[in-house]
Design a protein. Structure first.
Length: 321
C-alpha cells in the first residue's frame, strides 16, 4: 500500500528521471550479465566452488541443450519469427522428455488451492512499531528494484525519449505498484516488473497488448501447474543468454572519458551479477556518483534529488548490513 501511495505521487517518477544516463545504461548492462549468469548456471556450465567462488561446471546434456536452444532461437530470430524463444523452450523440453533427462507430467491438470495464503492478512500485527524498519527496508528495496528494472528494460528495448528517459514511466510504475499490492493480498511474492520482460519486447511487444495477452495466458496455468513444473530449468537457459546479449548492448553508450561517470557505471554493471541483486548495483552507483563528482570538483553538477538518493542509498546499505 505504501508503495502505491508513493507511486501515485510524482515522487517515484521524479526519482527515476534523476538517475544519470550512465547509470541507466549500466543498470541495463548489469541486468544482461545477471540473466546470462543465471542461464549459464541453469545449464550447468557455471557452478559454485568454495575456493574460487565459481568455476566451470560439467559439460553434460544441459550444455548441449543450451547450444541447441540458442541455435533454434537465433535461426528463428533472423527470420523475425515472434515464436523464437518459445520454440527454443519447447524444443529443449520435448527432447529432454523423450531422451529421459526430464520426466513428463503424470497429469496435465490439477485444481488450484487458494486456501493457504489468499487474503490471510494480519494488518494489526504488521503495523507494530518494531516492524517499521523492516517495512521501510522492503518499501525502498521494492521501489529501487522495480525502478531499475523498468529503466534497464526500457533502455535495452529502445523505449525511451530522445533524452534517454523511459516513456510512459509513471503509468508503468503505477501498474507495478498495483501488481505488488495484489500479490500481497494473494499471499504470493511481489508481482513486480521482471527483467525477463525484455524477451517479449525483443519479439515485438510495444503497446501493452502483449502484457494483457500474457496475463490471460496465465489464467489456464492455475490448472496446468503439473505441466509447468515438468519444464526443466535448463530449457529457458538459451532464452536468458540471448536476452542478456540484447540488454548488454547498452554498455556501449556509457561515457568512459571521465572517471566520475565511468566508475559508478562500472561498479553498477559488476555488482548486479555478482550480488544477484539489481538493487545493490544501483544503490552503490548512486553513492559513488555523488562522492566522485564531489572529489572531482563537480559537486554543483549533482542535483538535489541525486544527493538525496545517495544519502538514502548509504542508509539502506548500512541497514542491510
Amino acid at each position: 500500500m505504501l508503495l502505491l501511495v508513493v507511486t501515485a505521487t510524482p515522487l517515484r517518477e521524479h526519482i527515476a528521471l534523476a538517475i544519470p544516463a550512465s547509470l541507466r545504461s549500466a543498470a541495463a548492462a548489469g541486468i544482461g550479465l545477471l540473466l546470462t549468469f543465471i542461464g549459464l548456471r541453469n545449464a550447468g556450465l557455471i557452478v559454485g566452488d568454495p575456493a574460487t567462488l565459481v568455476r566451470m561446471g560439467t559439460f553434460d546434456h544441459r550444455a548441449l541443450f543450451l547450444v541447441l536452444g540458442i541455435v533454434v532461437a537465433a535461426a528463428l530470430m533472423r527470420r523475425q519469427n515472434p515464436l523464437a524463444f518459445l520454440a527454443a523452450i519447447f524444443t529443449v523440453t520435448a527432447l529432454a522428455w523423450t531422451l529421459g533427462y526430464a520426466k513428463p507430467p503424470d497429469t496435465l491438470v490439477s485444481a488450484p488451492d487458494f486456501s493457504s495464503a489468499f487474503l490471510k492478512l494480519d494488518i494489526a500485527g504488521a503495523l507494530k512499531l518494531s516492524l517499521l524498519p523492516a517495512i521501510l527496508a522492503i518499501l525502498f528495496t521494492d521501489l529501487f528494484d522495480s525502478l531499475s528494472t523498468f529503466i534497464g528494460v526500457a533502455t535495452a528495448a529502445g523505449l525511451t525519449d530522445p533524452d534517454g528517459r523511459p516513456i510512459n514511466l509513471r503509468r508503468g510504475l503505477i501498474v507495478d505498484a498495483l501488481a505488488t499490492l495484489g500479490a500481497g493480498l494473494a499471499g504470493s511474492s511481489p508481482g513486480t516488473a521482471y527483467v525477463e520482460s525484455i524477451a517479449g519486447i525483443r519479439m515485438g511487444a510495444r503497446t501493452g497488448l502483449a502484457s494483457i495477452v500474457t496475463a490471460l495466458c496465465f489464467v489456464p496455468c492455475f490448472f496446468l501447474a503439473p505441466l509447468a513444473a515438468a519444464v526443466p530449468g535448463y530449457a529457458t537457459a538459451a532464452v536468458l543468454v540471448l536476452v542478456g546479449v540484447a540488454m548488454f548492448q547498452s554498455i556501449a553508450t556509457i561515457d568512459y572519458s571521465s572517471l566520475e561517470d565511468a566508475l559508478p557505471a562500472f561498479v553498477t554493471v559488476v555488482l548486479i551479477p555478482l550480488t544477484l541483486s539489481i538493487t545493490q548495483g544501483i544503490l552503490w552507483g548512486f553513492l559513488l556518483q555523488a562522492l566522485l563528482y564531489t572529489v572531482a570538483g563537480r559537486a554543483r553538477d549533482v542535483g538535489l534529488t541525486l544527493w538525496l538518493l545517495a544519502a538514502l542509498s548509504a542508509g539502506l546499505l548500512l541497514l542491510g548490513h
